[in-house]
Design a protein around this ligand. Structure first.
Ligand code: MF3
Ligand code: CO
Length: 250
């Protein structure tokens, strides 16, 4: 499938889905505390999504079993919730959620500290979030896609962190993953497609404290850093307009 340009009507649905997802993340942020299991987090998240009249898009997506991806410390993304994994004081935890509402998708992720965390972890979370905002400054009609990628990379690397290259952001609409793929680094000698109003994009920097290299666990989902250092994730679904981008999931 190629890059889709959404109509006004479709944009309304994308806004509704985004609003619901923003609220789900608000609700999830309040249950993050030492002692909670990752299974309890996804169950709560699923309840929040369904209570809003939406559907948890990740559940069953290519066989992924739960509503919320919960990734702790050196887990970059796609951690699978389970009864045995608990949050401890000092951990950082990334929550990635997707909702479908009236046939349209929204995708967003946040990383939180659990209780009191060290300054370096605090900085990793902050820089990852900042990288997203630096990136979307370039999400404007007439710019090229990799202008966003370059700005994300520049900020994260200037702060001494590394950008995961094996996973990307993506277009989003009726399905979670549409074209184009959106790397969080600038591919050599390429500018990417030209941005057009009506494009909806999930921009999602994944930033590592140490090496950018990752492994995938035997569960075929969980992505971890090769050096065991921490990783943070921050994502929103945005709309490209004639002017500033609209952040749909915030
Ligand atoms: N937000 C994730 C991404 O864009 C989607 C996870 S799919 C799931 O890669 F199956 F893991 F839930
Ligand atoms: Co995504």
């Amino acid at each position: 499938m190629s890059v889709t340009i959404k109509s006004e009507k479709e944009i309304e649905y994308m806004r509704d889905a985004g609003k619901i997802l923003a609220q789900v993340h608000e609700q999830l942020s309040e249950i993050i505390e030492p002692g909670i299991t990752t299974m309890e987090i996804t169950k709560k998240g699923e309840e929040f999504i369904r209570n809003a009249g939406a559907y948890p898009s990740f559940k069953g997506y290519e066989g992924y079993p739960e509503a919320i991806c919960v990734s702790i410390n050196d887990e970059v993304v796609h951690g699978i919730p389970c009864e045995e994994h608990r949050l401890f004081e000092g951990d950082i935890v990334s929550l990635d959620a997707g909702v479908e509402y009236k046939g349209y998708q929204s995708d967003a992720a946040r990383t939180y500290g659990v209780g009191k965390i060290d300054e370096e972890s605090e900085r990793l979370i902050r820089v990852t979030r900042e990288s997203f905002f630096k990136g979307i400054e370039y999400a404007r009609a007439g710019n090229h896609l990799y202008d966003i990628s370059r700005a994300i990379q520049k900020h994260a690397e200037s702060q001494g962190f590394s950008i995961v290259r094996d996973l990307c952001g993506h277009g989003i609409g009726k399905v979670v993953h549409e074209e184009p793929a959106i790397p969080n680094f600038k591919p050599w000698f390429k500018r990417g497609i030209k941005l057009v109003p009506g494009m909806t994009l999930a921009i999602e920097p994944m930033v590592n404290a140490g090496t950018r290299k990752v492994w995938i666990l035997d569960d075929d989902w969980t992505v971890i850093t090769r050096d065991g250092k921490k990783s943070a994730h921050y994502e929103n679904t945005i709309l490209v307009t004639e002017n500033d981008p609209e952040i749909l999931s915030l």
